[in-house]
Write a protein that binds this ligand. Structure first.
Ligand SMILES: [Ca+2]
Ligand SMILES: [Ca+2]
Length: 178
């Protein structure tokens, strides 16, 4: 009985430890009403801001972005080729300008310079240009993995010590009984 309750205690402590992991995830979604229509050579830009999601400067470890595209394709008359240029950040050699066919969602990881920008001010500029064809930009989702400083570390350690202490106590009692 005692061992059983100790086991559940250890499991509880383990759960607390994993809940106190150092990584966090911030998701910032920008939607553009019923979709922003882009005709040939038109541009559309927006800025993600993760400060209002409780972002702490310098804690972004990695980030990815998903842009949802939708073709304006008519039912009977398929239009021609579609190309979009995606620019992430203002001057960003690593992320560069990416050419994509804007008929489905585009997904990409942010490069170091965009990550540095996020860490510096919590914002990220994104711009889409219709290089060819016409299509909709429906939404943009920025996901940032953060290494938030864990203020509950001392608490976790004492909980673990408490758990280990109880475990030791239980083992001692078991020895005495045997
Ligand atoms: Ca935001
Ligand atoms: Ca089209």
């Amino acid at each position: 009985m005692l061992i059983k309750s100790l086991k559940s205690l250890v499991v509880t402590v383990a759960c607390l430890l994993s809940a106190n992991s150092f990584a966090g995830l911030i998701t910032d979604v920008e939607t553009f009403g019923s979709g922003q229509k882009l005709n040939a050579l038109q541009q559309f830009s927006w800025t993600h801001n993760i400060l209002d999601q409780g972002f702490t400067f310098g804690t972004a470890e990695s980030a990815s972005i998903k842009i949802a595209f939708r073709d304006d394709e008519k039912k009977f008359f398929k239009d021609g080729f579609e190309f979009a240029t995606i620019q992430i950040g203002f001057v960003d050699l690593q992320d560069g300008s990416l050419l994509t066919i804007p008929t489905a969602s585009w997904f990409g990881d942010l490069g170091l310079s965009s990550l540095a920008k996020l860490n510096a001010d919590g914002t990220l500029f994104v711009q889409v240009t219709s290089t060819l064809g016409d299509f909709f930009v429906d939404s943009s989702t920025l996901s940032v993995v953060t290494s938030d400083v864990d203020v509950s570390v001392p608490e976790t350690s004492s909980l673990m010590l408490f758990g280990l202490g109880l475990l030791g106590l239980g083992l001692m009692r078991r020895k005495v009984r045997a």
